[in-house]
Write a protein that binds this ligand. Structure first.
Ligand SMILES: *Cc1c(COP(=O)(O)O)cnc(C)c1O
Length: 448
């Protein structure tokens, strides 16, 4: 088997049940144009889609891509027969209720029972809402994020017209606390973005000291856990990451992406605010919507108007099947990913051909290929990447500043500012079982 078809088989009976709910309506013939040519067009689409890396397969061990769970796939498809719009209850009553339930479970995962939260198109939109709220509460004051934070924070700050500055990172890619404090001492900081799981390295910023600095300097703490958030459920993180995830409860806002580690199709992000009163900032008058109920609509607390109700249905169904619990099946998948990353890092760091600059905190491994200089090492990474792909092992690449190698690889000639490194996000639970095969592929792709 190459493609799992569980979802395809689950859809017909669910579709019958959905249809039975509308049995009293008179029959009608939907005007579907082109129905006779549909199969041919779909076949053409299927052929076009063959031109993709096999993201669903364990030998795809490159970028942050994880197949949606079949129940998410099936529930999303099922909802397509309704195509609800969660901007308002008159666009999606059931799916809005399901969104609230799903988001309640995500909030509970972060230790919140009172909050304001909703789904978004993705992490970028969710971070935009977080920084938009931050800029409303601290107008004109700076946003700080680490040099390894997601690139969109700087761009979002530009969109919002608020000043943004980068804070340098330590040798493990975590925000440097001395650098943060010296920036804070300069004044005018409104918000610090703590990334719990950076996209490049999976580094976890040290949240406890950031929270301590908040006491002293009074800024908002926004936690960007778009990729890493679900690791709060994992029981096998090292002490610093465990401590950071334990204190996430004290953040002012949190972003997590169900479409990253939450087994959801794109786009499904989530923004959560600790203060339920944040809702007043979203207040607006729309002449078109919200006439069907007096209760709070998700559309009233979202910057986006139309949002896919199907995304909420898919998330709801997934969490029903795999609850967000420590020790549960979902958590054990994350734990397997983390074990896979530690094992690969171990294999690579005891192999003289490679240098592993950071110990994986979550499930991302980054390594350089040993060579005389940064530019030679970069060429070698590119070669391994290309050769491995030819043998169906898909890795990723990342440019890391040469400073990451100062201690772990002192002989490196720093003839350029970055080293092109190999990177692997081992986010599928199956990666653990495939690890020896993945390492053998990396090894085979190496040549002098
Ligand atoms: C992926 C990611 C984002 C951006 O989220 P999208 O869903 O791609 O828009 C932001 N921050 C972090 C840490 C991420 O990993």
């Amino acid at each position: 088997m190459k493609l799992d078809k569980t979802s395809v088989n689950a859809i017909p009976s669910a579709c019958e049940i959905l249809e039975s709910g509308f049995a009293r309506l008179p029959d009608f013939d939907p005007a579907i144009s082109g129905a006779d040519r549909m199969a041919a067009v779909l076949a053409e689409a299927a052929l076009r889609l063959q031109d993709n890396f096999p993201y669903f397969h364990p030998l795809y061990a490159g970028q942050m891509l994880k197949p949606p769970h079949p129940v998410a796939h099936a529930a999303y498809s099922l909802a397509m027969w309704i195509n609800p719009n969660n901007h308002a209850l008159d666009g999606g009553r059931a799916s809005s209720a399901m969104e609230k339930e799903a988001v309640t479970e995500i909030a509970a995962m972060f230790g919140w029972s009172e909050y304001l939260a909703h789904l978004t198109g993705g992490g970028t939109m969710a971070n935009l809402e977080a920084l938009w709220v931050a800029s409303r509460l601290h107008p004109g004051r700076k946003v700080l994020a680490s040099a390894q934070a997601h690139y969109t924070h700087e761009r979002i700050s530009g969109v919002l017209g608020i000043p943004f500055e980068k804070v340098s990172v330590d040798s493990q890619g975590r925000m440097d606390m001395a650098a943060l404090e010296s920036n804070l001492a300069g004044g005018d900081v409104g918000t610090v973005v703590a990334t719990l799981g950076t996209t490049g390295l999976g580094a976890v910023d040290p949240l406890p000291p950031i929270l301590a600095l908040r006491e002293k300097y009074g800024f908002r703490v926004h936690v960007d856990a778009a990729y890493g958030g679900y690791f709060r459920l994992a029981s096998n993180l090292a002490a610093p990451a465990t401590a950071a995830f334990a204190r996430i409860t004290e953040a002012d806002s949190i972003v997590v992406d169900p479409h990253k580690h939450g087994l959801q199709p794109y786009g499904c992000g989530c923004i959560l605010f600790r203060d339920p009163g944040t809702g007043v900032l979203y207040k607006h008058d729309s002449p078109y919507t919200y006439f069907s109920s007096k209760v709070l609509h998700l559309g009233e607390i979202s910057l986006e108007c139309s949002r896919p109700g199907a995304a909420a249905v898919a998330l709801w169904a997934t969490q029903r099947l795999l609850p967000l619990e420590r020790g549960g099946e979902f958590a054990s998948g994350l734990e397997a990913s983390r074990r896979a990353a530690l094992r690969l890092a171990d294999l690579l760091s005891t192999d003289d051909r490679f240098v592993v600059p950071t110990v994986p905190e979550l499930d991302i491994v980054v390594w350089a290929v040993r060579a005389g200089s940064a530019s030679e090492a970069s060429v070698k990474s590119q070669q391994i990447f290309d050769r491995a792909a030819k043998e169906d092992l898909h890795l990723a690449l990342i440019q890391l500043p040469v400073e990451f190698f100062t201690d772990c690889w002192p002989e490196l000639v720093k003839d350029r500012p970055t080293v092109l490194c190999l990177r692997s996000v081992l986010m599928k639970p199956e990666h653990l079982a495939w690890l020896d095969r993945i390492y053998a592929g990396i090894s085979a792709a190496y040549s002098d």
